[in-house]
Structures are given as structure tokens and as C-alpha cells.
Design a protein around this ligand. Sequence first.
Ligand SMILES: NC(=O)C1=CN([C@@H]2O[C@H](COP(=O)(O)OP(=O)(O)OC[C@H]3O[C@@H](n4cnc5c(N)ncnc54)[C@H](O)[C@@H]3O)[C@@H](O)[C@H]2O)C=CC1
Ligand SMILES: O=C(O)C1=N[C@H](C(=O)O)C[C@H](O)C1
Length: 266
Amino acid sequence: MTRIVIMGASGRMGQMLIETINRSDNATLVGATERPGHAWVGRDLGVAMGGVETGVPVVDDARDILAGADAVIDFTSPATTVALADVAAQAGVVHVIGTTGLSEDDIAALEQMPDTAKIVRAGNMSLGVNLLVQLTKKVAAALDEDFDIEIVEAHHRHKVDAPSGTALMLGEAAAEGRGVALKDVKDSGRDGITGARKRGDIGFAALRGGDVVGEHDVIFAADGERIVLRHLATDRAIFARGAVKAAVWAQDKQPGHYNMLDVLGL
Ligand SMILES: NC(=O)C1=CN([C@@H]2O[C@H](COP(=O)(O)OP(=O)(O)OC[C@H]3O[C@@H](n4cnc5c(N)ncnc54)[C@H](O)[C@@H]3O)[C@@H](O)[C@H]2O)C=CC1
Ligand SMILES: O=C(O)C1=N[C@H](C(=O)O)C[C@H](O)C1
């Protein structure tokens, strides 16, 4: 049994992760956190979720509970994730990171964690999206710049970052397929008199509204034809299942940095 702590227990993903672990045969929930000042802190997790007592209290500092855990799953905020990475490395537990919206500095900070850090990070933990990443790389490698690449994503009205972590993964895959660096060809947030599209750019567009779980199109548009690769998420359970799988998978791995392609063997 992999003993798991969930960060941000009351969040959309936090609650889905707890339900997923409760149904799992190879993982068990040993702790839960929320941000300091949150109404759940100090309460029993099961009661806070509207059910029966579980004996797992919600705490506001992961350091208090990581000693009894094998992994911590973290879908919170960039600042929380960077701070936790050091704590997890010191405690020698696997840190599964689903948080998106990380800046270049945040990513550099994660890469500079102590040698004991064992991190699995992905902007999308679902099997379908990680397969789409590989397909995107392959299609981009097969086509030349006569095909304009545009990535369109849609999410619920509460999402705070754009482009989504998934859109960026797909953009990185397309750029890698083309043999270029995404930072050199990325075009996001078009508005006003933008000028004509630059050949070779990879464009991003983000829609926000309602309760959309997560939708991504990778469009390869040429004169006379268009290829569209699409993933539609309709249930957050796909992300939670991937994250729990990553926590279990990483148990016998060496410290280092991994992603979901490693976990899924894609
Ligand atoms: N990689 C993936 O497959 C997926 C990634 N995400 C990402 O996960 C993140 C969270 O998404 P949601 O669950 O929708 O957001 P949410 O806002 O519902 O949940 C975040 C939770 O983290 C808590 N939190 C914030 N600071 C904390 C701290 N210092 N300690 C403990 N808890 C803290 C918040 O109070 C909140 O309950 C976002 O970055 C989102 O983009 C979401 C779905 C899938
Ligand atoms: O915030 C979300 O909800 C999601 N975030 C991830 C992202 O930024 O791509 C994954 C998924 O699309 C849901």
C-alpha cells in the first residue's frame, strides 16, 4: 500500500483524489492539508467532506504529516508547490505535481531541489492527453511549416492560468516534432492589429466558461486541408487516477524528475 498525503483537500482535484484513493486497492490516504486559515483546517477530513469520521485530520502544514507517508499529491498553486518540493525532498517522499501555471522561475526552482527529490510532474495526468502529446509530436514531425499549428483549449470559469498546462505540453510536443524551441515560436493572447500570422509560429487560444472540465484541440491548418487532434475531458477522475498511479509507480524509482510519459510507458 502506498501511503499518500493530499494537498488542497477541499479543492476540485483534492476531493476527486480522496475519492480515488478511497476506492484504490494499492494506495491509502494517511493525511490531508489545506491552506492556513481555511475552514477545513483542524476538522476531521471525512466530516469536512460531509461524510463519516475518518480519523484523518486536515492540517495546514505538510511537514507535520509527511514522516508517515510515501507520497504527497499536490494540485494547488505554484507558490505552494515550489515550497512543498523542498519539504518533500527533505522527507524523502515522492512529490506528484499536477499544479499548472508555474513560471520559468518556478520550474527552475523545482529543477534545483536537493538530490533526494523524486518528482513526477505533468500539466495533465490523463492517459488520453499523454497519448495525444505523442501523436502531436509525430504529426508535427511529419508536416512542414505549410501547416500552421494552433492549440485551442477550453476550461471552466474558475481556472486561473492560461494557456492551460495541457496546451503548453501539446505546444512543447509540436515544437519538439518540428525541431524548434517553443519559446521561439509561441504566439499567445492575440488582440488588436496583430499583423499576419508568422510562418512557423505555434498559436494558443484559451476559452473560459461554465463547468468545462478541459478540452484541447491541436489544429494543423494548411491551404485546402486541416487536421484536428482533439481530447475532451468530461470527468476529473481521469486526472486523479493518473496522479495516484504516478505516486504508486514512483515508489521503487531512483530520485529524479519524471513525467506521465515515464509513468505510462508511452
Ligand atoms: N495536471 C493535471 O492533470 C491537472 C491539473 N490541474 C491543476 O491543479 C491545480 C488545482 O486545480 P483545482 O483543484 O481545480 O483548483 P482548486 O482551487 O479547486 O483547488 C486548489 C486547492 O488548493 C488549496 N491550497 C492553496 N494553497 C494551499 C496550501 N498552501 N496548502 C494546502 N492547500 C492549499 C486551495 O485552498 C484549494 O482548496 C490547478 O493548477 C489546475 O490547473 C487540475 C486538473 C488536472
Ligand atoms: O484547471 C483545470 O481544471 C485543469 N488544468 C489542467 C491544465 O491546465 O491543463 C489539466 C486539465 O485540463 C484541467
